[in-house]
Design a protein around this ligand. Structure first.
Ligand code: FAD
Length: 366
């Protein structure tokens, strides 16, 4: 039996960022993960902090902008707690637009494009330049679990949660009782941060589902000076600044399988070479896939779960969870601690998807 202030299920970037933020507010935190920390979507991501992407749903803007503001302090804290550097790898993104979405934007001319990205073939669609950073999520995979442990947060890996009870329970003053295979956890609050798996839970059946992305890592050709991220409607090309370039990504409603296939990876390389011909035939260093937590409206699910006192969710970050982690941690910690969140959370409410559930004993699997 364990007793704790807040129990978080899911040790991806969302769960671990929230754990750090709750610790800052004086909460004791226990995180459970069905596998190892930071080995799912947060490991697979490209790491673009695409707060300004005009293709993002407009309602996401306040949360994106808050995250963008919080990012420097977020990284500085993780670095100082973990002793591991998490560098920003790029500081600009050249984005090719669908013509229909480009009318209000300041477009680059051919000379500007050639200067920013020598070797890029502009094609027939317009380009814009965004002041957007990227990082390598693998740096965070090293640093974030260490930072969480450094503040004293406890973590149980290979420990899926099995069921939860909340409400009027005779529980030694605790409000939530969580069951794993090996222990009972009594907590004041529980937060579901299980990414693509959140919709598997009976707390939020079907709200979040996996969307697979296949990715490729290639060696930067010696004749190519690529310093900025390049994003088109078909492909993104993210230089890491150390000789590696990431190409991504497919968008495949997939179930939970994470295979990659040669034909798809080759087509990613071909699409990249259509934009930057020097990439044709580049050496492939690695490939992988990950499961984005997708929702029907492409917005995260943040807030209190209806009919479940003291039970919250922060999942469904789809293509922007690396960007949105600091803001999600900030507003969720405010909500859990009884403060008014600094961003309006109504658009992200779990209620927009849910049929309510009456029972108090909720199994983890729907
Ligand atoms: C190919 C790809 C590219 C991407 N590129 C970007 C990008 O450039 N920029 C960006 O901002 N975002 C990007 N994303 C999206 C981003 O990776 C995700 O939105 C983000 O990582 C979600 O974080 P999370 O913590 O919610 O989920 P995850 O990192 O998946 O973590 C969820 C955790 O929950 C655990 N879990 C599941 N079920 C249970 C259970 N029953 N009990 C206990 N634990 C459980 C899992 O083991 C996992 O560790 C990309 C994603 C993919 C797949």
């Amino acid at each position: 039996m364990k007793q704790v202030g807040t129990c978080i299920a899911g040790a991806g970037i969302i769960g671990l960022s929230l754990a750090l933020e709750l610790h800052r507010r004086g909460r004791s935190v226990l995180i459970v993960d069905q596998g190892r920390a930071m080995q799912e979507a947060s490991w697979a991501a490209a790491g673009m902090l695409a707060a300004e992407d005009p293709e993002n749903p407009p309602v996401l803007t306040p949360l994106s902008q808050l995250s963008r503001t919080l990012y420097p302090a977020f990284l500085a804290r993780i670095e100082s707690l973990s002793g591991i550097s998490v560098a920003l790898r790029t500081s600009k993104t050249l984005q090719q637009m669908h013509i229909s979405t480009a009318t209000e934007l300041s477009l680059l001319n051919a000379a500007q494009l050639a200067q920013l990205a020598p070797g890029l073939v502009p094609g027939h669609r317009p380009w814009i330049c965004l002041q957007e950073h990227s990082l390598d999520p693998r740096d965070l995979c090293q640093a974030l679990p260490k930072a969480s442990a450094a503040v004293g947060n406890e973590m149980l890996e290979y420990t899926p949660w099995l069921s939860i009870e909340s409400g009027n329970l005779p529980l030694d003053g605790s409000k939530v009782r969580l069951q794993t295979a090996s222990t009972t956890i009594l907590a004041d609050t529980f937060v579901l941060c299980t990414g693509a798996w959140a919709g598997q839970s009976s707390l939020l059946p079907g709200t979040v589902s996996p969307v697979k992305g296949q990715m490729l890592c290639i060696a930067q050709p010696s004749n190519l000076d690529l310093r900025h991220t390049i994003r088109t409607p078909e492909i993104y090309i993210v230089p890491r600044g150390d000789g590696r370039i990431i190409l991504g990504a497919t968008v495949e409603p997939s179930g939970f399988e994470k295979s990659t296939d040669e034909a798809t990876l080759q087509s990613l390389l071909n699409q990249a070479a259509a934009v930057v011909p020097a990439l044709a035939g580049a050496t492939i260093l690695d490939s992988w896939s990950g499961l984005r937590p997708g929702t029907a409206d492409k917005l995260p699910v943040l807030g209190h779960i209806p009919n479940q006192p003291n039970v919250f969710v922060a999942s469904g970050h789809y293509r922007n969870g690396i960007l949105l982690a600091p803001a999600t941690a900030h507003v969720m910690a405010q909500l859990i601690c009884g403060e008014t969140p600094s961003v309006e959370l109504a658009p992200f409410s779990p209620e927009r998807h849910l049929q309510t559930i009456e029972s108090t004993a909720i199994p983890a699997r729907a």
